[in-house]
Structures are given as structure tokens and as C-alpha cells.
Write a protein that binds this ligand. Structure first.
Ligand code: COA
Length: 415
């Protein structure tokens, strides 16, 4: 079966997480992704958070599947010449260096256009143009600057970052879409373009409901679905809302049987208005169905936390999976709090390729995420990440370098 991005060749100048997420996705969709790394150490994540001495870390392997790796010192004259050859031969250059690094290397947008006017040059940066454009940025900086941290956590606690890597992996996803769109536009214009995904912008895009709420707050001074309503205080900025739902149907996390010892014995429970009657029946509160104090969503808003506490008395008598089975019978939207251990062993996620087992020559077997985007005519096979420089000779030969030329580059430590 062919792949969606067959024939697209990517010069992958990415490192750490944000850029590699993007190029891994493109590789999963069939692009030939050639990762350019410094000889000796390569992508810094190869050696970070190692669980096996001397072996590429899971951090690296899980972000660099389906790619080829070449080593190249792009600060030497001969290294720059190889890079120029690659720019001419590739469709896309993806990078997430600190601002200005590519220019300092001599590969400005103007120079790249001279070399290959069809090339798409895609970058992740921490910030777009503005006061912080020159800053180096990691995941949690982006979560803080993009509005996620100030709106995550409980009202009486400090701002919180989330475990979901919305700054890095989230921005990588945004960039991948930009690249595919630029390639599509190239079909009609014949030219490449610059694509920028700033991590602050990507996080804000994912936090748009909170920008919505900021404007609601400024207009009305109150947000009735927030746990601060009706007894707490609202200030002039969107407060942290604990586990409240970000949408129009109230929700909260409730304890289930075993919560005293199992930190994940919880369920997310959504009090969806159309199934209010079913909720009342399940928890044994039939009287609430017609009681004017409870019957309509508006009447329930001032007592949401008390209602959730009553529902919790019921969920505490069931395991999260028992509660799921019962609630789903009545179409009551709910979700178990799944631990990573439970997810790792979930057969349905293995069956769909969302979690895959990969074999690696020095690490052995390990679990990874597969492609979360399923396409009916572009099947993803997850293959292991490359060893450092594993494909240097192969790629240089494809670029027209003879064995002797490669030997010289190696002797001079360019590759
Ligand atoms: N050969 C020679 N030099 C190379 C090279 C190669 N193959 N690949 C990279 N380099 C050099 C660059 O030329 C640059 O050198 P310079 O600073 O002298 O110009 C340097 O390595 C690039 O390093 P930098 O990007 O500054 O790395 P860092 O480890 O100091 O910073 C980040 C890491 C992530 C903070 C930074 O890259 C960044 O802010 N990136 C943009 C935002 C981002 O993606 N953040 C999320 C990461 S998950």
C-alpha cells in the first residue's frame, strides 16, 4: 500500500521533542525523513533520562521512529557543502534550533531559496515576533506563557503544568499541518515558503476555551459552571477551575471504590442535561427529576459541587470500570481515570496500533505510541529509531558522493 507522503524528502534538523514529533508524524505518513545530527553525541535526548547505560533513551527512540540518521558537522566548510546538497535534494527543511541558529550557520531563508526555491522551511520557536522572540524555550515555559498554567490546578493552589506535552508535541502537530499545507500550496505556486509554529501560539490555540472565558468574565463578572460559583470570588482573570468541564456540560472527577489506596480509582463524570433523569435514577435520587430545585440545568448550577458530592456517594460503591458499564448503558458521558500502567496493557490500544511494541538492536523490545491519526489508504508501520549516523554512507551515496569522498569527510571528522 502506498503512503500519503511517499516521495516527500525531509531534511530533519530537529532535536529534543517539538520538532522530532513533527517529523516523526511526517515519517509515519510516508515521508523520507533524514535526521541530521552532530557526530559523537547526536540529538541530546539520545543520552537523556537513560534507563539502560549506553543505549539510546526511550525519550529519543519514542520521538524518532521511521527516520534515517546521518552525522554531519555543519559548522565546517565541507559540512556546509553537504548540507547545501541536501537542501537542493529535499522538499522540506524542519528545524527547532534556538532563534537565529540556522542563520548563523549560513542558511538564511534567502540562501535556502537561492539553493532550492521549492523548499518549505519549517520552524518551531518558543515565541513569535515580539518581546520574547529571541528566547530559548522548553515545554513548561510554553505552557506558562501560553495560558495553560494559569488556568490549570485548583483555586487555592499555585499554577500547574500538565503532563500532556502541549508545548512540545502540541506545537509539533501544528507544524506538521503547516508543512503539509505548504506542500499542497506548492503544487500550484511551484514555490516553497516559511512555516512558523511558535510554542506560545500553539499552547494558546489549545487553551482557546480559557480566552473565551476571559471575555465572558469581563462581560458578566461570573462564570456559573466554575467551582468558584456561587460562594467564591472571581477576580479579573480566568481562575483555575480544578476539574470543571471546559464546555457547556458540567463535569468533575469523582472517587470510585478503592480510592483510599489506588490513586487512580476515579471517574470523570459529566452531568449532561439530556440524561439528567437517567443520572437521578442510577444514583437513587428520582425525586430530583421533577423537583424544581434540580430539574433544570440553570437551577442546578449554584449547587453543582453538592450534587457531584451526592453522585460520588454512588460512584464510591463501584469500581471505575463497574461505574463505566452502568453509566454507559444510560448514555451518561463518563471516563475512567486510566493510569499509564493500565494504558500500556490495554489490548484495544494495541489492536489499533495506538500503542506498539518495537524491537531495537541495542535496547530490545519497548512500547511506544503509534500514529494517532488513522488513514484508510496510508497505513502506518512503526519502525525503530535509527542509531546515530546509521545511514550516513547510504544517504551520501544517494546524494552522489563517492566512497572516496565519504572517506575524506570521515577522516576530516565532517561526518
Ligand atoms: N553541526 C554543528 N553544529 C550544530 C549542528 C550540527 N549538526 N546542529 C546544531 N548545531 C549547533 C547550531 O549551529 C547552534 O550553534 P550556535 O548557537 O553556535 O549558532 C547550536 O547547535 C544550536 O543549539 P540550540 O538550539 O541553541 O540548542 P540548546 O541545547 O542550547 O537549546 C532549545 C535547546 C530547545 C532550548 C533551543 O533549541 C530552542 O529554544 N529551540 C526552539 C524552541 C523549541 O523547539 N523548544 C522545544 C524543544 S523540545
Amino acid at each position: 500500500m502506498s503512503k500519503a507522503l511517499d516521495g516527500v524528502r525531509i531534511l530533519d534538523f530537529t532535536h529534543v521533542q517539538s520538532g522530532p514529533t513533527c517529523t516523526q508524524l511526517l515519517a509515519w505518513m510516508g515521508a523520507d525523513v533524514i535526521k541530521v545530527e552532530r557526530a559523537g553525541e547526536g540529538d541530546i535526548t539520545r543520552g537523556q533520562l537513560r534507563d539502560i547505560p549506553g543505549v539510546d533513551s526511550l525519550y529519543f527512540t519514542m520521538l524518532n521512529h521511521n527516520k534515517r540518521s546521518i552525522t554531519l558537522d555543519t559548522k565546517t566548510q565541507k559540512g556546509k557543502e553537504v548540507l547545501e546538497t541536501m537542501v537542493k535534494a529535499c522538499d522540506v527543511l524542519v528545524e527547532n534550533f534556538a532563534p537565529g541558529a540556522l542563520d548563523r550557520m549560513g542558511f538564511t531563508w534567502e540562501r535556502i531559496q537561492e539553493l532550492n526555491p521549492r523548499m518549505v522551511v519549517a520552524s518551531v520557536k518558543g515565541f513569535g515576533p515580539g518581546p520574547y522572540e529571541d528566547c530559548k524555550v522548553y515545554e513548561n515555559v510554553a505552557q506558562c506563557a501560553g495560558g495553560a498554567a494559569s488556568t490549570t490546578g485548583f483555586d487555592d493552589g499555585p499554577p500547574l503544568v500538565t503532563g500532556a506535552q502541549i508545548g512540545d508535541s502540541g506545537t509539533g502537530l501544528h507544524l506538521a499541518l503547516g508543512i503539509v499545507a505548504a506542500l499542497y500550496q506548492r503544487n500550484t505556486t511551484g514555490r516553497g515558503q516559511k512555516v512558523l509554529a511558535a510554542m506560545q501560539d500553539g499552547v494558546l490555540n489549545l487553551c482557546r476555551v480559557k480566552l473565551r472565558d476571559q471575555q465572558r468574565l469581563e462581560r458578566t463578572g461570573v462564570m456559573e459552571e466554575y467551582p468558584q460559583y456561587p460562594d467564591g470570588q472571581f477576580g479579573d482573570a480566568v481562575p483555575r477551575a480544578g476539574n470543571a468541564s471546559g464546555g457547556g456540560q458540567p463535569g468533575w472527577i469523582l472517587k470510585c471504590k478503592g480510592w483510599e489506596t489506588d490513586p487512580n480509582a476515579y471517574i470523570y463524570f459529566i452531568m449532561q442535561a439530556p440524561v439528567w433523569g437517567a443520572i437521578c435514577k442510577v444514583i437513587g435520587k428520582e425525586g430530583w427529576i421533577t423537583d424544581p430545585e434540580y430539574a433544570k440545568p440553570k437551577a442546578r448550577l449554584p449547587k453543582l459541587m453538592a450534587i457531584f458530592a451526592t453522585i460520588e456517594e454512588w460512584t464510591k460503591t463501584k469500581t471505575k470500570f463497574e461505574a463505566m458499564d452502568i453509566l454507559n448503558e444510560f448514555d451518561i458521558p463518563c471516563g475512567p481515570i486510566l493510569s499509564m500502567k493500565e494504558i500500556a496493557h490495554e489490548p484495544s490500544l494495541r489492536a489499533t496500533g495506538t500503542i506498539v511494541e518495537v524491537d531495537h538492536p541495542t535496547r530490545g523490545k519497548y512500547l511506544s505510541v503509534g500514529n494517532p491519526i488513522k488513514m484508510s489508504a496510508s497505513y502506518t508501520e512503526v519502525t525503530r529509531s535509527p542509531l546515530l549516523g546509521e545511514h550516513t554512507e547510504e544517504v551520501l551515496a544517494e546524494l552522489g558522493y563517492s566512497k572516496d569522498q565519504v572517506a575524506v569527510l570521515r577522516a576530516e571528522k565532517v561526518i
